[in-house]
Design a protein around this ligand. Structure first.
Ligand code: NAD
Length: 497
């Protein structure tokens, strides 16, 4: 892979990435910069503007103007749909370049960036383009005395603040921009400080697609400055956040000021159940992919594996064998199947959970260590003799570390589901069995927003995605996701004035 040109600096190689505010590229008001690092080497590969409250102010003002005046509010839904579709086409046209940038910034395998991050981003825009022309209110049957025409109007909420994490930077940014724009909102996006490259390139494509100035503004910067300023801003009507539960809880408190609408997509500690009647090869493959894909840095990663005792050895050894065979290497190398963790800090955090688990009596079946040399690589890890009270099992690790548990025939589904539900999170769960009744009964008992049966968690834009308990508030995707960027107004007209 040849190193891709960096975005945000047309004609000015070596210049820092800039902020997109009101359709123009600019430096942070303070002039401050953030280093952007390649996690495969630890080298600084770019610098990005470190926006703060002043830049967020300017971006929110631009988004407000674009929402209230100018071409955007006058645009028909079908015109908005065409713009979103056009952006999808531009993403397709620049797919190789976007994938290379995503790989450069995250270290993930290039083929995964191409097949997953980039392809899904284009698909997400197409899906949401379809909603532009389908959002509407409805007439209601009233029981008021007299003759009435009563109906609801579904209207865009206004200015949307969008804050995203670093694990799948492009799909995260697009996944928030697409429904916000489909609903008719304008937006201020704050990408994760570690991964601004594809977000800034997306901004260039948004300008090229012909979105009016101020409809999408992009402010790179730290969470504690730019992110916090967006959360606190009284000019933001809706805040959609994806990230850690700890930051989500802080956001909840700070958003109280103007009671801005909130969507929170937070952490997970998702269980996978494998019953002996399942297709064990497929289930074992999916269990391995479910925890090692993207080096485990996936909110819905299946990090707790429950296997029936009669097939426990076979399945768990199967996952461990796949872990040993997985080629861990920089994402731009063709052989790479798993890249590094995003930062030194993240790798230390993950390794500390493994060490803590060992200290509490768990065994390492395979992996458990950092890889020597440059970058933040670690071995895919399978743990045995894990117990429900260990921090390793209770807390979200966000790394390639699997805890394993056996269950027996004597366990009722209620008890087994309760073991799966024994977590503060409730994002996703999967069940592998060919017994239909057992599959349905487990799906009802599991407290998670997304259940898959005989399948790994795969995004589908028609299906609402989101969590229960500490995994968040609200749903993205589907009608529910796009409607979360709208407000409902009820109108009652007395027809005999
Ligand atoms: P994080 O919470 O540290 O950061 C997420 C974003 O919030 C970043 O852009 C960051 O700059 C910003 N931020 C940080 N502090 C802020 C503050 N005080 N105010 C406003 N913004 C602030 O999370 P992370 O480490 O980047 O990402 C990993 C986490 O994201 C994991 O917990 C993972 O489960 C979660 N995640 C959830 C989903 C989901 O859909 N549920 C998807 C992906 C990741």
């Amino acid at each position: 892979m040849t190193r891709p040109a960096l975005p945000g600096q047309p004609g000015q190689p070596g210049q820092p990435l800039r902020l997109l505010i009101d359709g123009a590229w600019q430096a942070a008001a303070s002039g401050a910069l953030l280093d952007v690092t390649d996690p495969c080497t630890g080298d600084v590969i770019a610098q990005a503007a470190a926006g703060d409250a002043a830049d967020i102010d300017a971006a929110v003002d631009a988004a407000r103007r674009a929402f209230e005046r100018g071409p955007w509010p006058a645009m028909k839904p079908a015109q908005r749909a065409r713009l979103l579709w056009r952006l999808a086409e531009l993403i397709d046209q620049h797919a190789d370049e976007l994938a290379a940038l995503e790989t450069l910034n995250t270290g993930k395998p290039l083929k995964m960036a191409r097949m997953f991050d980039v392809a899904l981003s284009a698909e997400c825009l197409r899906y949401h383009a379809g909603w532009c022309t389908k959002l509407s209110g409805e007439t209601r049957a009233t029981s008021l005395p007299g003759e009435w025409h009563t109906y609801t109007l579904r209207e865009p909420l206004g200015v949307a603040g969008l804050i995203v994490p670093w694990n799948v930077p492009l799909p995260m940014a697009v996944g928030k921009i697409a429904p916000a724009l489909a609903a008719g909102c304008t937006a201020v996006l704050k990408p994760a400080e570690l991964t601004p490259l594809t977000a800034v390139r997306l901004g260039e494509l948004i300008v090229e697609a012909g979105f009016p100035p101020g409809v999408v503004n992009i402010v790179t910067g730290l969470g504690t400055t730019a992110g916090q300023a967006l959360v606190d801003h009284p000019g933001v009507d809706k805040l959609s956040f994806t990230g850690s539960t700890a930051v989500g809880q802080r956001i909840l408190a700070s958003a109280a000021g103007n009671l801005k609408r909130l969507s929170l997509e937070l952490g997970g500690k998702s269980p996978v159940f494998i019953f002996p009647d399942a297709d064990l090869e497929r289930a074992t493959d999916a269990a391995a992919r479910g925890i090692f894909a993207n080096a485990g840095q996936v909110c819905a990663a299946g990090s707790r594996l429950f296997v029936h005792e009669s097939v426990f050895e076979r399945v768990v050894q199967g996952v461990a064998d796949r872990a040993r065979r997985l080629r861990v290497a920089p994402g731009h190398l063709p052989e790479s199947e798993m890249g590094p963790l995003i930062s030194q800090r993240q790798r230390e955090r993950v390794l500390a959970y493994v060490a803590g688990g060992i200290a509490e009596g768990a065994d390492v079946l395979t992996g458990g260590a950092a890889l020597p040399g440059a970058g933040y690589f670690m071995q895919p890890t399978v743990m045995a003799r894990t117990r429900a009270d260990m921090a390793l099992v209770r807390e979200e690790i966000f790394g390639p570390v699997l805890s394993t548990f056996a269950f027996g025939d004597e366990e009722e589904l209620d008890t087994l589901a309760a073991r799966g539900n024994d977590t503060a999170y409730g994002l996703s769960a999967s069940v592998w069995t060919r017994d239909l009744s057992r599959a349905h009964r487990m799906a009802r008992r599991l407290k998670a927003g997304n259940i898959r049966v005989n399948a790994a968690v795969a995004p589908d834009f028609a299906m609402p995605f989101g969590g229960m308990k500490l995994s968040g508030w609200g749903r993205e995707n589907g009608r529910e996701g796009v409607e979360s960027f709208t407000e409902l107004k009820s109108v009652a007209i007395d027809l005999n004035p």
